[in-house]
Design a protein around this ligand. Structure first.
Ligand code: ZN
Length: 83
């Protein structure tokens, strides 16, 4: 239960960029590895921008994609910051 509570509190501070936190699994103080993946909203923004030929932009901007945070030590999936 304690590790779940810690994980939940970690998720609250997750942003678009890597953050320093204590991994709920290995208990190491780490800076998260962030992988960006396009979300439904990225595709919607792409559609909105298609009229001005900028539709590829949301796919290039980290702030327009979901940020998945992983522990670099054990690879544990810590949480996701939804765009
Ligand atoms: Zn870890």
């Amino acid at each position: 239960m304690e590790s779940i509570a810690k994980a939940a509190s970690s998720i609250g501070i997750l942003g678009e960029n890597a953050v320093e936190l204590t991994c709920p699994r290995c208990q190491c103080r780490v800076k998260t590895t962030v992988r960006y993946r396009p979300s439904i909203k990225t595709h919607l923004r792409c559609l909105l921008l298609s009229w001005c030929l900028c539709c590829f932009l949301p796919y290039c901007m980290d702030s327009c994609r979901d940020a998945y945070h992983f522990c670099p030590m054990c690879g544990f999936f810590i949480g996701v910051k939804k765009f």
